[in-house]
Design a protein around this ligand. Structure first.
Ligand SMILES: Cc1cc2nc3c(=O)[nH]c(=O)nc-3n(C[C@H](O)[C@H](O)[C@H](O)COP(=O)(O)OP(=O)(O)OC[C@H]3O[C@@H](n4cnc5c(N)ncnc54)[C@H](O)[C@@H]3O)c2cc1C
Length: 388
């Protein structure tokens, strides 16, 4: 539809990126309803890493597309991207082959500087890291990190400058089918008519779908991160991911925050663990998490025990689909109910691409920014099967 009335539920990275792209496509009546304040959900609690070092072609293509938008925000709006690089450690021959394939795909998609590097090069990048058990790494020198809170607020400003409305402290309480569209009601008693509703409510997405009589299989998964004081590690440390895919083990990641300070967390592919109620979960880090993180960090950064200490930790939510992939596009039972969610631990880095494609589904009736995104449609077999 050329110029529909759109109500976006959720003022996080995904909802606001969708709003920006809707205005770019000429939609003049866009309202974002946010229950609390902009980035009050996962988007303000993330570690903010943006990178393209993935294995699957679609995963890479979405992130490469997103990087174009981040670069544009950096150039035109002063988005602060710290380009410390992203390094995925490679432990075995299988991972090395996967890394080489990733580099080939990234080169094809325009990421010219992605490379597989050897152990010596890895050691040069992070002199304090234990490297004797590594074959090398998958290295993206131009990857970096941003502040999720500042980024979401920048998106809100850009959307508002382009004519969208971003209404905070407006909790959606009902979504009623109304002819071809919807009537959206808020707790404050407002009532909005919408040709399209966009469900961008992060870990609350299943509840928003339910208001419209629809189902969105989703879990809210609690994840923690912590500040690490690392005196003496005064160089810029890349974002390092030390995880062996499909190993069933818990990996560790860390990145530069400022000289002498890192941010670190734990990584696993366990989908069902740590499921919580998004309205009621512990916001500070657990002592067991801090203990395990300290242990994992000391294994990878042997100087950690002498030079470092763990500071404050916090917890936030990954909105996770049963098959681990985002959900993007019209609902099979309601074509004017658009989902943009289930982005898990990658919602900041994916948001520009997912938001643009959500806008395309609404305005053009089909996606075109990135090839092959129809596999992410809500209602797909891997969601329904996993749920039922
Ligand atoms: C510890 C941690 C580290 C992370 N690190 C990274 C990283 O390095 N890189 C990366 O890309 N991603 C990272 N993520 C993941 C990323 O933060 C999320 O995937 C992303 O923020 C999801 O964005 P969203 O817009 O879908 O959800 P949210 O940001 O949660 O936004 C949803 C919004 O909907 C609102 N809402 C809910 N119900 C209603 C209602 N009824 N009415 C109105 N509004 C409502 C909420 O208040 C919320 O603001 C991390 C997450 C955590 C927790």
């Amino acid at each position: 539809m050329a110029n529909p009335k759109v109500v976006v539920v959720g003022g996080g990275a995904l909802g606001l990126a969708t709003a920006v792209h809707l205005t770019r496509k000429g939609v003049t009546d866009v309202t974002v309803l946010e229950a609390d304040h902009v980035a009050s959900g996962s988007s303000g609690l993330s570690v903010g890493i943006i990178e393209t070092q993935y294995m699957d072609r679609l995963d890479i293509a979405l992130r490469v597309h997103a990087m174009g938008f981040f670069n544009e925000l950096e150039r035109d709006h002063g988005l602060d991207i710290v380009r410390n690089g992203y390094l995925r450690l490679v432990h075995d021959e299988d991972s090395l082959m996967a890394a080489e394939q990733s580099v080939a795909t990234q080169h094809e998609l325009g990421v010219a500087d992605a490379a597989v590097i050897d152990r010596d090069e890895v050691q040069r990048l992070v002199p304090d890291m234990r490297c004797d058990d590594l074959l090398g790494g998958l290295w993206g020198p131009s990857d970096g990190f941003i502040d999720g809170h500042l980024y979401a607020n920048m998106l809100a400003e850009i959307a508002m400058d382009a004519g969208a409305r971003v209404a905070v402290r407006q909790r959606v309480s009902a979504i009623e089918p109304n002819g071809a569209g919807y009537t959206v009601r808020t707790e404050a008693g407002d009532e909005l008519a919408a040709d399209y509703v966009v469900n961008a409510a992060g870990a609350w997405g299943d509840r928003i779908a339910e208001m419209a009589g629809l189902e969105m299989p989703l879990v809210a998964q609690r994840h923690q991160a912590a500040m690490v004081k690392a005196e003496g590690i005064d160089y810029t440390v890349p974002s390092v991911m030390d995880y062996i895919p499909n190993s069933g083990q818990i990996g560790v990641y860390f990145r530069h925050e400022r000289p002498g300070q890192l941010i670190a967390g734990l990584h696993s592919e366990d989908i069902t663990g740590r499921v919580v109620d998004p309205d009621n979960y512990a916001r500070s880090a657990d002592p067991e998490f801090i203990e395990l993180l300290a242990e994992k960090l000391a294994e990878r950064l042997p100087s950690f025990a002498e030079k470092a200490g763990l500071g404050n930790g916090w917890a936030g939510l990954y909105p996770v689909s049963p098959d681990g992939k985002p959900q993007l596009g019209p609902n099979p039972d309601a074509e004017r109910f658009i989902t943009v969610g289930g982005a898990g631990g990658s919602g900041i880095q994916l948001s520009p691409a997912l938001g643009e494609i959500a806008a395309e589904w609404i305005v053009d009736g089909e996606p075109s920014a990135v090839e092959g995104v129809e596999v992410l449609l809500p209602g797909r077999e891997s969601l329904v099967g996993a749920h039922g």
